[in-house]
Design a binder for this molecule. Structure first.
Ligand SMILES: CC(C)(COP(=O)(O)OP(=O)(O)OC[C@H]1O[C@@H](n2cnc3c(N)ncnc32)[C@H](O)[C@@H]1OP(=O)(O)O)[C@@H](O)C(=O)NCCC(=O)NCCS
Length: 201
C-alpha cells in the first residue's frame, strides 16, 4: 500500500482522507456522484443483514445520506473500494468511538465481488493507515456469528477474538449475536515484520 496523496481540495468534503493503493485496488473518499453506484451494490439483503447500520431496501437517497455524513472531522473515516478501472466494488471505514475505545473497522463488498480476496486486501491498507498515519493503538471489529466469511477476513488481518456480544442490526430490526475482535498495533507490526500474514497487498 502506498499513500498516494493527501486530499487536494474541497471535493473530499470537510475532512481529508488519503487515497490508498494496494496491488489491485484503490481506496478513496466517497463523493456524492457515487451514490447511484453505491446504492446498486448495497441494495442486497446479504449485505444489510451482516452490518449494523445499513437499511434494506437501500435506495439512492440512503447512499447520498451515507456519503454526506462520511469523513466529517472526528467522525467516521470512510473509503470506497474501487478496482483499477475505477469500478466501485465496496466500502470500508473506521468508526471513531469515544477516545477510550479502539475505533471499529467496518466493511462490505458487492456480492459479485466476493471471494476474490478484495476485502482482506482493502482492510490491510486501512489497518496500515489507522496505525501508521492516524496513530491508533488498537482497532476493534465485530462479525455476526452466522458470518464465517467476515470472521475469516478478520483472522487473515491478524484480529484476535475477544468475546461475544449483541449488536443492533438495522435491516432485521433486531439485535443479533456477534463475535468481537481486536487488533493491537504491536501485533499488526509483528505479523507484518515476521511475514506471517498472507501476502495480499
Ligand atoms: C465479508 C465480506 C466483506 C468478505 O469479502 P471477500 O472479499 O469475499 O473476502 P476475502 O475474499 O478477502 O476473504 C474471505 C475468506 O472467507 C473464506 N470463506 C468463504 N466462505 C466461508 C465459509 N462459509 N466459512 C469459512 N470461511 C469462508 C474464504 O475462503 C476466504 O478465506 P481464504 O482466503 O483463507 O480462503 C463480504 O462477504 C461481504 O461484504 N459480506 C456482507 C457484509 C459483511 O459481512 N461485512 C462485514 C461486517 S462484520
Amino acid at each position: 500500500m502506498t499513500l498516494l496523496e493527501e486530499c487536494p481540495s474541497q471535493s473530499f468534503r470537510e475532512a481529508c482522507i488519503p487515497v490508498l493503493e494496494t496491488k489491485r485496488l484503490t481506496l478513496r473518499a466517497p463523493l456524492l456522484e457515487d451514490a447511484k453506484a453505491v446504492a446498486a451494490l448495497v441494495n442486497d439483503r446479504r449485505i444489510a443483514e451482516n452490518v449494523a447500520r445499513i437499511p434494506h431496501p437501500y435506495r439512492k437517497a440512503d447512499a447520498e445520506s451515507f456519503i454526506a455524513g462520511a469523513n466529517k472531522p472526528d467522525g467516521e473515516a470512510v473509503f470506497l473500494i474501487t478496482l483499477r478501472d475505477e469500478t466501485i466494488i465496496g466500502a470500508c471505514g473506521l468508526t471513531m468511538q469515544d477516545k477510550e475505545q479502539a475505533p471499529e473497522l467496518g466493511y462490505w463488498l458487492g456480492v459479485e465481488h466476493w471471494g476474490q480476496g478484495y476485502a482482506t486486501e482493502a482492510l490491510h491498507a486501512v489497518i496500515d493507515y489507522a496505525f501508521a498515519d492516524l496513530g491508533h493503538a488498537a482497532l476493534s471489529a465485530a462479525a455476526r456469528v452466522t458470518n464465517p466469511k467476515s470472521r475469516r477476513v478478520l483472522e487473515k488481518c491478524g484480529f484476535q477474538w475477544t468475546g461475544v456480544g449483541l449488536c443492533r442490526i438495522r435491516a432485521i430490526n433486531s439485535s443479533a449475536p456477534v463475535d468481537r475482535f481486536r487488533l493491537e498495533r504491536g501485533i499488526w507490526l509483528a505479523l507484518k515484520t515476521w511475514g506471517r500474514m498472507k501476502k495480499v497487498s
